[in-house]
Design a protein around this ligand. Structure first.
Ligand code: ZN
Ligand code: ZN
Length: 355
């Protein structure tokens, strides 16, 4: 089944007459089109990709499963969209309640005379969680590139090097491999490593620093996302104890991530293990997220996520402990859910490296 056919089946199941796919990542999943502007109109029997004349050639090349219609000046986009929907005989259509702005909805309501708009959850958000073999191939390659990038970084870690120097290394390395960073890389050291999403700065690495790297590569539009924490020069008992507990939590969570499990329970397990050493209170974020064409793809492993785990999903598993005034540890890997459990797609060592 093509992604378009999967979407059309979902519309039939929901008894929805039509849907306006407006989030670009959903448009890409549905059509293969990677341009910066485009909307797909999908009914249970038809689909049309609408974009503008900047993308006439590219869209025709990338979008195999449905016709592409492009508009150009002086035709306004909404006039053109309206015309396409009329041609398709649409009288009711759902819009993406998570993606359409209040102003955008007002403009559509004014323009689309005779077409009833109603809010709906984008069916792609759920469908995209289960990856095709081709999507897994791309994620796997993105993971291989991220592993290689970490291998490249390790020999460069020494006292005196700045976080920013290492950030540049990540970017240049991935570019040289024909890839790019999937998101702005995080390199934080010493006390700054207690900031889960800190920005790399001019801080120089010092002996006794934790250094956390959170990096991802993008390969043919698909992402990887891996985090490792190392210690510079010499690790104290405290370093080792915190690291070991985060690793224990991550290992247990990866073991528990399998068909039939629930995202909330896997998250709770990691927290329980951190709490053996009183560390759960320093783990503020969720355990993981879906991974795909978006770094933070659909789905969360978190206390508020009633998320069934199914084969074909790809998850990050990334417990962390962040101690203000000391530093932080996060260990993150990417895992494909299989019939039996998970296959971990990132392979860089998870043992504590002292470099
Ligand atoms: Zn990450
Ligand atoms: Zn992540």
């Amino acid at each position: 089944m093509t992604n378009l056919q999967r979407m059309q089946q979902a519309l039939r199941d929901a008894q929805s007459p039509a849907f306006l796919v407006s989030s670009l990542s959903s448009v890409q999943w549905l059509t293969g089109f990677t341009g910066s502007a485009g909307i797909a109109i999908v009914t249970p029997d038809a689909g049309v990709l609408v974009t503008d004349s900047r993308y006439t050639l590219q869209a025709a090349e990338q979008c195999a499963d449905m016709p592409v219609r492009t508009f150009s000046n002086p035709t306004p986009q909404n006039d053109f969209l309206y015309e396409q929907m009329k041609r398709m005989g649409i009288t009711r259509i759902g819009y993406d309640e998570e993606n359409v702005t209040v102003a955008g909805l007002r403009r559509w309501s004014e323009k689309f005379e005779g077409i009833e708009l109603f809010p709906m959850q984008d069916p792609v958000a759920t469908l995209r969680m289960v990856k095709s073999a081709e999507e897994v191939r791309r994620i796997r390659e993105a993971c291989r590139l991220a592993d290689a990038c970490l291998e490249h970084l390790i020999p460069l870690i020494r006292p005196g090097v700045t976080e920013y120097d290492l950030l540049i290394e990540v970017e240049v390395f991935l570019r040289r491999q024909g890839s790019e960073t999937a998101f702005p890389a995080i390199v934080v050291s010493g006390e700054r490593s207690a900031r889960p999403h800190g920005r790399p700065g001019q801080k120089r690495l010092e002996v006794g620093d934790f250094v956390t790297f959170d990096i991802g590569a993008r390969f043919e539009e698909y992402c990887s996302d891996i985090t490792r924490t190392v210690v510079v020069g010499e690790a104290s008992e405290r370093h080792r104890e915190i690291y070991a507990q985060v690793l224990k939590a991550q290992t247990a969570a990866l073991d528990a991530l399998k068909p039939g499990a629930n995202g909330r329970d896997v998250d709770a397990l990691a927290r329980r293990i951190l709490d053996e050493k009183g560390l759960a209170q320093f783990f503020g974020h969720g355990l993981g997220h879906g991974l795909g064409a978006l770094v933070h793809d659909s789905g969360r492993l978190s206390p508020s996520s009633d998320q069934p785990i199914e084969p074909g999903q790809v998850w990050t598993v990334e417990p962390g402990v962040y101690l203000e005034g000391f530093g932080g540890v996060r260990i993150e890997d990417d895992a494909l859910v299989t019939e039996a459990g998970v296959e971990i797609l990132t392979h860089f060592t998870r043992e504590l490296l002292v470099v």
